[in-house]
Design a protein around this ligand. Structure first.
Ligand SMILES: C[S@@+](CC[C@H](N)C(=O)[O-])C[C@H]1O[C@@H](n2cnc3c(N)ncnc32)[C@H](O)[C@@H]1O
Length: 265
C-alpha cells in the first residue's frame, strides 16, 4: 500500500468488532502519525493497533471547531491523521461539517468506508433485508426527535411503501415509531428486530413485533446504541417458506451475463 500523505483519512471503523474494519482502514490506522477517534463508539482494541509512537486523541468531549483545529494543525505539521468514525462515516457520521471546514482550510481528506451497523445488525440476525417477492427496498432513516426530519421524510410517509425499515438513533422513541408505522397501515404483528451494540461482546438481540415493541424494549433495557429493523423480511419463519422467495440470480431457468439458463441453452 502507498505511504500515507499529510492529510486527513476519515475511516469507518465498523460497528464494534475490531476485525470488521477494512484492510485499507486498518493499514492507515496502524501507520498514521495521529489517531483521532470517537471514544464512546470505537473499540479500544482497534485503537491499540495504532503505531506505538502515534499521537492518540479522543474526540467525544470535543466540539466541532476543536476537532477540526487539531486535524488542521497536525496536517500542516506534515502529519497523517486517521479520523476514526463508527460504522460507515456516510450514515449519520457528522462528517459533512468536518469536511466543509477542512475544505475551507485547504486541508486534503479522503474517506475510507466501513461496515455500517445496519449491515452488522442484519448479519447477527441472520437476515436478508431485501427478499424477492416481498420487498426489494431498504429505507435507512430515523424517527424525528430533537433533530428535525424534513417534512417529506416523516416516518409515516416513508413507511407507506411497506419496505424494510432500518431506524438509526430511535431507541428512545419507540412509542412514536409504533404510532407512525400503525398510521401507515402496518399490522400490529409486523416483525421487528432490535440489535443493541451489534458485534460488541455485550451485544443484545430482541425479536419483537410492532404491538409489543415499546414494552419489550423497556423490559430488555435497550435505550441506546441500537438498530431497529422492521418489516416482514425480519420474519423468523420466512426461511420455512424460502421456495416462494427465490431470486433470479441463481435460478437455473434465468440467463444472465455469467450463466446461460437451461431454458435458453
Ligand atoms: C451517530 S449514528 C452512527 C451510525 C454509523 N455511522 C453506522 O454506520 O452505523 C449512531 C446510531 O447508529 C446505530 N448504531 C451504531 N453502532 C451500532 C451497533 N454496534 N449496534 C447497533 N446499532 C448501532 C444506533 O442506531 C446509534 O444510535
Amino acid at each position: 500500500m502507498k505511504a500515507l500523505e499529510a492529510k486527513v483519512y476519515i475511516i469507518g471503523a465498523g460497528p464494534g468488532d475490531p476485525d470488521l474494519i477494512t484492510v485499507k482502514g486498518n493499514h492507515i490506522l496502524s501507520t498514521a502519525d495521529v489517531v483521532l477517534y470517537t471514544d464512546s463508539l470505537v473499540s479500544e482494541k482497534l485503537i491499540a493497533r495504532s503505531r506505538s509512537d502515534a499521537i492518540i486523541r479522543k474526540s467525544a468531549g470535543m466540539a466541532l471547531e476543536e476537532i477540526v483545529d487539531e486535524m488542521v494543525r497536525y496536517v500542516r505539521e506534515g502529519k497523517s491523521v486517521a479520523r476514526i468514525h463508527t460504522g460507515d462515516p456516510a450514515v449519520y457520521g457528522a462528517i459533512f461539517e468536518q469536511m466543509a471546514k477542512l475544505k475551507e482550510a485547504a486541508i486534503p481528506y479522503e474517506i475510507i468506508p466501513g461496515v455500517s451497523s445496519v449491515f452488522a445488525s442484519a448479519s447477527v440476525l441472520g437476515a436478508e433485508l431485501t427478499i424477492p417477492e416481498l420487498t426489494q427496498t431498504l429505507i435507512l432513516t430515523r424517527v424525528e426527535g430533537r433533530t428535525p426530519v424534513p417534512e417529506k421524510e416523516k416516518l409515516r410517509d416513508l413507511a407507506a411503501h411497506h419496505t424494510t425499515l432500518a431506524l438509526f438513533l430511535s431507541a428512545t422513541l419507540t412509542k412514536k415509531v409504533v404510532r407512525e408505522l400503525l398510521e401507515a397501515g402496518w399490522s400490529e404483528d409486523t416483525p421487528v428486530a432490535v440489535v443493541q451494540r451489534a458485534t460488541w461482546p455485550d451485544q443484545k438481540i430482541l425479536r419483537s413485533q410492532l404491538k409489543t415493541l415499546d414494552e419489550d424494549m423497556r423490559h430488555a433495557g435497550i435505550r441506546s446504541h441500537a438498530m431497529i429493523l422492521a418489516g416482514w423480511a425480519l420474519d423468523e419463519k420466512l426461511i420455512e417458506k424460502a421456495e416462494h422467495h427465490q431470486s433470479k440470480l441463481y435460478d437455473k431457468r434465468f440467463t444472465h451475463g455469467y450463466r446461460k439458463g437451461v431454458m435458453n441453452q
